[in-house]
Design a protein around this ligand. Structure first.
Ligand code: SAM
Ligand code: SF4
Length: 340
């Protein structure tokens, strides 16, 4: 359907009246890290033959853009470890040139960013999210199991030098980076970057207990408030983060609180896995297979119908719980599958 005045597709509307104009695509379930809250140490990854090709991913994303999606985020797993992923960024950037897409972006662990930053900027990428939970080399290795902090910091610097705005995302982990929160904020703001904190979510089985990891952000915010002057900010990026301005640093801190405050009423997004499964909610199991209709015909008619049917059953929201009685994760799949 088209808005005649603007000749742009109207956004898809779900049963609760929410416009769906944001798509996140996990381009691989693989990663060069094994973050303790995200993956188990011995993750089983999908056989490569099950993955959509880069051409199929392009076709799928383009079909969503044709149905009113205005913001596209590539994620994973680690998107920058997918072979030839820059080909996909390059081809998708045509939608920015045509004005049919407002933003093409990615979420990355930063490990491969140093060598890709300039190319990403050339593809029209203006803002990226880099996940970084600590500035302590040993702790970084503990959290990521395999990661090299130095490479990530170099990647961030390369992105900034290429003119890309970087937002840092840090998962708040009780007893792990809890004492470092102010340092992380001061470091990010010192480099002109916003930073958001995320509550750990019960997605997929991992060896440590999420109950031990979980730190409600209300505590963290109170602690920041003891050191700095925080004022509520009207700033929104179309996501679930709620921001405060920090008077002393001139920067912003975001809080993403899926556990303590459910933000589903304003949800504008859906997610696709690297095998072409569409999840209408990060915290629910219902899904739609888009790979079969994608491969069944060269035209997008079947695909478009499958997308419409799926959006028509987007659930009202998630219901995450982390407590001693709830031993099972809310959903069995890991965040690296659906894409963060
Ligand atoms: N590998 C990339 C990265 O780490 O940025 C992209 C994928 S990762 C799954 C996306 C985001 O999800 C990261 O910021 C990560 O910290 C977060 N994440 C992973 N598992 C999580 C969990 N169980 N609860 C909360 N956030 C999680
Ligand atoms: Fe990899 Fe990102 Fe998951 Fe860490 S959070 S294991 S970097 S996918």
């Amino acid at each position: 359907m088209f808005d005649q005045a603007a000749t742009r597709p109207l956004p898809m509307i779900d049963p609760y009246g929410r416009s769906i104009d944001y798509l996140r695509v996990s381009v691989t379930d693989r990663c060069d890290f094994r973050c303790v809250y995200c993956m188990s140490e011995n993750m089983a990854f999908l056989p490569k033959k099950d993955l959509l090709t880069l051409e199929e991913l392009d076709r799928l994303c383009s079909a969503f853009i044709g149905k009113g999606v205005r913001k596209l985020r590539l994620t994973g797993g680690e998107p920058l470890v997918r072979k030839d992923v820059m080909t996909l960024f390059r081809s998708l950037s045509r939608h920015l040139d045509h004005g049919t897409l407002d933003e093409l972006t990615l979420t990355t662990n930063g490990s491969q960013l140093a060598r890709h930053a300039a190319d990403l900027a050339a593809c029209g990428i203006r803002r990226i999210n880099v996940s970084l939970d600590t500035l302590d080399t040993a702790k970084f290795r503990e959290i990521t199991r395999w990661g090299d902090l130095d490479a990530v910091v170099k990647g961030i610097d390369a992105a900034l030098a290429a003119g890309i705005h970087v937002k840092i995302n840090a998962v708040a982990l009780r007893g792990v980076n809890e004492a470092e929160i102010e340092d992380l904020v001061a470091w990010a703001h010192g480099k002109g970057m916003d930073i958001s904190f995320i509550e750990v979510m019960p997605l997929g089985d991992i060896e440590p207990s999420r109950l031990d990891q979980y730190l409600p952000l209300s505590l963290l915010r109170a602690r920041l408030g003891e050191r700095w002057t925080l004022t509520e900010s009207p700033h929104r990026t179309g996501g679930p983060a709620r921001y405060v301005d920090v008077a002393e640093t001139g920067g912003r801190v975001g809080f993403i609180t899926p556990m303590t405050h459910n933000f589903c009423e304003s949800c504008n997004r859906v997610r696709i896995t690297c095998t072409g499964t569409l999840y209408m909610c990060l915290g629910q199991d219902d899904a739609a297979d888009l790979r079969a209709p994608l491969r069944a015909s060269e035209s997008n008619d079947l695909l478009s119908e499958a997308i419409d049917r799926a959006i028509a059953r987007k659930p009202k929201g998630h219901d995450f719980v982390i407590d001693r009685r709830t031993r099972q994760p809310a959903v069995s799949r890991h965040m690296s599958m659906t894409g963060g």
